[in-house]
Design a protein around this ligand. Structure first.
Ligand SMILES: [Zn+2]
Length: 151
């Protein structure tokens, strides 16, 4: 046996509480999700790109962004993947965990999120989807439970 055939796995367990500021832009974005179930992006004053998730600075124009734009909770699925195994770092859902990149109407960038209420075999790139909010919101990205098929 050579060394390259050996693969020893150590299963450790670290639990460490921490606090992390989401910043001024993130705070407003998450507060709108929590308090109003609204999705907001930001628009660059130079190139007009609408960012979702919102950005404080445009990475192309290198300018500060101050304009907020309300984004429709409906959009188009750009791509997706289905994960059929469990991992402690992934949300627990029934069936396969399906991630997608959704470009919501009014935004120029895609939002990575979960897809739900759909059979993986029925998913198509380009299909219309809409946000489903959790009944109880707490100010994080999972206040949107998932995106489901829409007309
Ligand atoms: Zn720009």
């Amino acid at each position: 046996m050579s060394g390259s055939e050996v693969n020893i796995i150590y299963n450790g367990h670290i639990k460490m509480p921490y606090n992390w500021s989401v910043g001024e832009t993130g705070s407003r974005f998450f507060a709108e999700l929590r308090d109003n179930q609204k999705i907001w992006g930001t628009r660059c004053p130079d190139c007009g790109t609408v960012f979702l998730p919102p950005r404080k600075n445009c990475p192309v124009c290198m300018v500060q962004i101050k304009e907020w734009v309300e984004i429709e909770p409906k959009g188009t699925l750009e791509t997706y993947t289905a994960v059929s195994y469990d991992s402690p770092v992934m949300p627990k859902v029934e069936g396969p965990l399906i991630y997608g990149i959704v470009k919501l109407d009014g935004a120029d960038t895609g939002l990575v999120h979960l897809l739900g209420e759909i059979n993986p075999d029925d998913i198509r790139i380009g299909m219309r989807v809409e946000a489903v909010f959790k009944p109880e919101t707490s100010g994080n990205i999972l206040d949107i439970a998932y995106f489901k098929p829409s007309r």
